[in-house]
Ligand binder design. Sequence first.
Ligand code: GLU
Length: 508
Amino acid sequence: MERRVRVRFAPSPTGALHIGGVRTCLYNYLFAKQNNGDLVFRIEDTDSNRFVPGAEEYILESLKWLGIKFDEGVSFGGNYGPYRQSERREIYKKYVQQLLDSNHAYIAFDTPEELNAKREAIPNFQYDASTRLQMRNSLTLPKEEVEKLIAEGKQYVVRAKIEPNEEIIVHDIIRGDVHVNSSIIDDKVLYKSADNLPTYHLANIVDDHLMEISHVIRGEEWLPSAPLHVLLYRFFGWEDTMPKFAHLALLLKPDGNGKLSKRDGDRLGFPVFPLEWHDPKTGDISSGYRESGYLPEAVINFLALLGWNPGNDQEIMSMDELISLFKLEKCSKSGAKFDFEKGKWFNHQYIQQTDNKIIAESFNKDIIANGITTTPQKVEQVVSYMKSRVNFINELWPLCSFFWIAPTEYDAKAVQKRWKPETPKMMKELKEILLQWNDFDNPDTTEEYVKQWCEKQSYGLGNVMNPFRLMLVGELKGPHMFEVTAVLGKEETIRRMDVALEKLPTFA
Ligand code: GLU
């Protein structure tokens, strides 16, 4: 029988979730959903020194905003809990003992000072088969001595006993078979008596086993740990149910080589975190995609294509399409450059295809923040005329404020160029014919009406439209002229014309 697909996202709560971590989680989600499997949210908090308060909540809020849903885990419940490793101490004890009993691990008492002395004495010192017999551990000390030290409460660690010169193969769905010689692996610490907790390696393996994880999809930075993980599965006799591995290539700097870092974002002006992050230690605030005006669907689509593509030119894909099209084995082996300009492009595309009502709700917050109260209809109308011009919703207000705030001054350069001696007379006539017009709501018929009048009077269109725009907007910007009049309506259009005719040169 095929094994049920169960994958997990297992962050350590050490700070904000990096955008690369979001992509890892997304790929886990897509893979779980396309296989009708489960996505588990596990918190790997065995390293108390690196714990950052608020990080777990931040990660949960980020993924919720992005629409990535978990089936079980911390805050979601489930049958395999607890899902926070610091709450699983008792569970791990048995497995540490199992490795000690089967001689795959040993107890070591070396103090940090002793280890440092060794590192200084032996170049490239590695705690392994070549050195372990020179150290203070249960392989070199008599059994009674070991028992005495433990009884006295001396701190110790449990180390994996890695035999040298064995071939280890990591079967990776993306990379194929990765061969590693065990001699390069040191006798990694699996448990620390000081914390009464296992380290990442042991807790990760035990939990993946107990939680019946079928596939481990994670960042490439964990590939170096994989050979040890394969060995641990062997030590426990769990090879038959060992999860399949898939190590995702890194997200790279937009320019140059190397891993994408927060500094790149600061330097080039884009967020590397999904939500704004307030670092509780430094007090620093880092920008987030949400607060920068990205739509979650756009972020998802953008990230999905950093390291995978559907094999054709299709770029715009909904979450449902991604779920059906995504192929883990087609993920790239080499890193994907983080092209944030493309991220903006995606946001632009998603603004165009999102219902105006939803964009309007968000834009209305900026309008209110500027002290304006308005009607939802007007906001939606402005959105429908203006959204094609922006990449972000927060670009709308500076472009559109004139719809609510009448000009009090007029762009001097534009006046000089466009407000000619014959203009005031033309604009007065235009006002007169507009007073007779009642279909302002319809930009097309209004345009037709004004154009016909221009033709009849033999007035050049530019000589009419530019000063007309100047009167209503204050400068020569904005959408189509008759979209402006449609939003302003008859009364406000005429009022602005009257004010402008007062304020602008009359040449009389
Ligand atoms: N706790 C690790 C992390 O922070 C998990 C690595 C893994 O998925 O095995 O990414």
